[in-house]
Design a protein around this ligand. Sequence first.
Ligand SMILES: [Zn+2]
Ligand SMILES: [Zn+2]
Length: 111
Amino acid sequence: MDPFVPKGEPRPGPEQTCGYKTQGMTCACGRAATWHVMWDSLLDNSLTCDEHMELIQRSWVYDDRHPVVADCAMPGALWSYPDKRCEFPQPDDLGAYLAVLATCREPLLGH
Ligand SMILES: [Zn+2]
Ligand SMILES: [Zn+2]
């Protein structure tokens, strides 16, 4: 089985709902997101609910995750690995952040 999640279309922020989409469906899960998942070094990331976080942990590898905070998926907010959250960076502290920008994606369930 492919350990990497199949990625869907980019989602424009700042909606904080679960973007999980069963393959072939047009609507995402849509429940309030509780986890923010970073998939890989391409900085593709997804917002997901508790139920789909469990599925993700059972099914795919990911790079990092943190509980959703107010700044997640907001334009201009960046992923902070050391702080385990998204936040708006201080100008003198940019090295600690990785841009997530418009890379928020829907994970897709195969079959
Ligand atoms: Zn969900
Ligand atoms: Zn986040």
